[in-house]
Design a protein around this ligand. Structure first.
Ligand SMILES: Cc1cc2nc3c(=O)[nH]c(=O)nc-3n(C[C@H](O)[C@H](O)[C@H](O)COP(=O)(O)O)c2cc1C
Length: 221
């Protein structure tokens, strides 16, 4: 297959896998590629508002299952299960310590550049996108994390690995459990979404349903 065929084959292969073959495990080498795809994902201003919790403790998976209605079969059977955390307003506001650290230590921007970028971020958050409260800032940060969600599912599909994106959970109840287990610092992070990975137990029951391209595209010339 040429690269174009490979890409489309991967997108057609990917489906929301409901149940995995629990006896099959993803190799460390393959799973590292998936995590690298997550890490290399783009984010607004390069703030990388995410953390990827790889939940391999089966007791803990069982513990969160009652509050995850959309992952009933995926939680016990997935080879690997990621909870995609996203930073909250405490870290995402233009004047947070986290953003300062990213600009200084990671992006190694000089002070005058930091000043300009901070002002631009402030203007973006307050005027352009009107991210005027904590929830809006968190939701904006979540949009970045969903890019990583897309990237890891595509990377997996290219490796012949199945996945399922999961939003079917009660956020408050899930975060309470994760906080009690001391794996979530609620002041800085919330749960954006989750993703299960493994190998399908059976082929999907139904063919993919998608609207046709001419229903979803519009060319402005
Ligand atoms: C953000 C998001 C959340 C989803 N949450 C769940 C979920 O909780 N449980 C589930 O089984 N599928 C979930 N899905 C899968 C969708 O139902 C599925 O992608 C859609 O029906 C299209 O089918 P396909 O992915 O198999 O092509 C989710 C998909 C997305 C993008």
């Amino acid at each position: 297959m040429d690269i174009k065929q490979q890409i489309l084959a991967a997108f057609n292969f990917r489906h929301a896998c409901k149940e995995f073959d629990a006896s099959r495990k993803i190799s460390d080498e393959d799973f590292n590629v998936i995590l690298e795809a997550a890490r290399l994902s783009p984010s607004s201003f390069g703030f990388e508002p995410w953390k990827f919790l790889v939940l391999q403790n089966m007791e803990l998976r069982e513990k969160i299952r009652p509050v995850c209605w959309g992952a009933q079969k995926q939680l016990p059977t997935a080879s690997h299960y990621i909870i995609l955390l996203t930073r909250k307003a405490t870290d995402m506001r233009y004047d947070s310590t986290y953003i300062k650290t990213i600009m200084e230590d990671l992006q190694k921007s000089p002070p005058e550049v930091i000043k300009t970028r901070t002002q631009r971020t402030k203007n973006f958050q307050e005027n352009d996108f009107r991210l005027t409260d904590e929830r809006l800032l968190f939701d904006w940060a979540c949009t970045q994390t969903y890019i990583a969600l897309g990237d890891i599912m595509t990377a997996a599909a290219l490796l012949g690995i199945d996945s399922c994106p999961i939003e079917g959970f009660n956020r408050e109840n899930l975060e309470t459990i994760l906080t009690e287990e001391k794996i979530l610092d609620k002041e800085h992070f919330g749960v954006a979404c989750m993703a299960a990975f493994g190998y399908r137990l059976a082929d999907p029951k139904r063919a993919k349903t998608r609207r046709s391209l001419n229903e979803v595209e519009e060319w402005i010339k």
